[in-house]
Structures are given as C-alpha cells and as structure tokens.
Write a protein that binds this ligand. Structure first.
Ligand code: ITT
Length: 190
C-alpha cells in the first residue's frame, strides 16, 4: 500500500516512517514532486491537517495523510497552539520560538503544557481524523539535542527527561505523534 505523508518537515517524516509497518510504502512530498509550501490558513490544528491532506488528494489524486501539531501552554491561554511554527514571527525558527516561549513564561508558576497532533487521513471515500495528546511542562532551560522544534524544553509528565534527551523510539512510545500514529496504523490494518 502506498501512502503520501504530506509534510515538508524531515524530522516528522523520520519519526513517522520509523513507526509504520513495512507493508506501507511511505512517499514524501519530494517523492511525488510536490515542492509547494501548502498554506496553513485554518484557525485550528485539526483544520490545518485537513487542508494539507486535501491539497495532496485534490492535486495529485493520491491517498495521503497529514500531521499538524501544536504546543499548547496553559498559562499562555493555549499559545503558541496553531501558531507553533511561526510563534516568533519567522516561520520554522525553533531557537527564536523557544526563546520567545521562555520569555513569556518568565515569572509564571504554572508551566504545564501539552502537545497536540492531529492526523488527517484522506483516501478514496474516506476522510478520518486521529488525535494524540501528550501532557507535560516547559522547563526553564534547553536540555538535549535529539528531536526538533520545542523538544529541548518539553518534559513529558512522569519523566525527568525532555523529548530532546530521549531516543526516537522513546519519544514515539509516549508522545503525541506516536499516539495519533498508532490509531492510524490500527485503522489501516482493519
Ligand atoms: P508541515 O506542515 O510541513 O508538516 P511544520 O514544521 O510546519 O511541517 P507543523 O505546522 O505541524 O509542522 O508544526 C508546527 C511547529 O511545531 C513545528 O515547526 C515545530 O516547531 C513544532 N513541533 C511539531 N511537532 C513537534 C514535536 O514532535 N516536537 C517538538 N516540536 C514540534
């Protein structure tokens, strides 16, 4: 079975590919010749996942899924949320995003946060959404150099390591993307 994963984020692609059984051949946007930046104009994480999956389905007529992920920080009213990639203004500058996040949390007692992943699957006659949430907190300094994005400052609940201090397998076992992906895999195996 061939399935396109509609992402330009190579770290996400690596995480997802490592979880999928061999019988699913995962294609990247590069593999199908899609170099466009798919616009994320929805105001929810779920909405943006649907936009990305629909874009590939409508333009390339291929079965596809897309992941949209956001970091929701309790004491910042759910920010950066849907703006996680461009929190500091420049899209995908993780260092600037983390710097802004730590600054906005200065002096706040409540540092609880959660990652939320929405995976939208779009196959012929089937459009389904899978959600994965991982609760945790934002620590005060950066720790670890694995992973990507906000991983160096996110410590999942019940662990004393950040995601950036974990292996890919550990992160996937407890993380938001892993939770959503396992539902997708179960659905595809039916
Ligand atoms: P695509 O839209 O091409 O999939 P993206 O990087 O724009 O890639 P998102 O909009 O879903 O992906 O993600 C928003 C940002 O949230 C992303 O740029 C990262 O900084 C951060 N992020 C997403 N997943 C993460 C994870 O597992 N760990 C840490 N940060 C993550």
């Amino acid at each position: 079975m061939k399935l396109v994963f509609a992402t330009h984020n190579k770290n996400k692609f690596t995480e997802v590919k490592a979880m999928l059984p061999n019988r699913i051949e995962l294609l990247s946007l590069d593999d199908i010749g899609c170099n466009e930046d798919i616009e994320e104009t929805a105001d929810t994480i779920e909405g943006n996942a649907i936009l990305k999956a629909n874009y590939v389905r409508n333009n390339y007529n291929l079965s596809c899924f897309a992941d949209d992920t956001g970091l929701e920080v309790q004491s910042l009213n759910g920010e950066p949320g849907v703006f996680s990639a461009r929190y500091a203004g420049v899209s995908h500058d993780s260092n600037a995003n983390i710097e802004k996040l730590l600054k906005n949390l200065e002096g706040k007692k409540d540092r609880s946060a959660r990652f939320k992943t929405a995976i939208a699957l779009n196959m012929e006659h089937e459009e389904i959404m899978f959600l994965g949430i991982c609760e945790g907190e934002i620590i005060k300094e950066l720790r670890g150099d694995s992973g990507f994005g906000y991983d160096p400052v996110f410590q999942p609940k019940g662990f004393d390591k950040t995601f950036a201090e974990m292996t890919l397998t550990q992160k996937s076992e407890i993380g938001h993307r892993g939770k959503a992906m396992r539902q997708l895999i179960e659905y595809l195996s039916k």
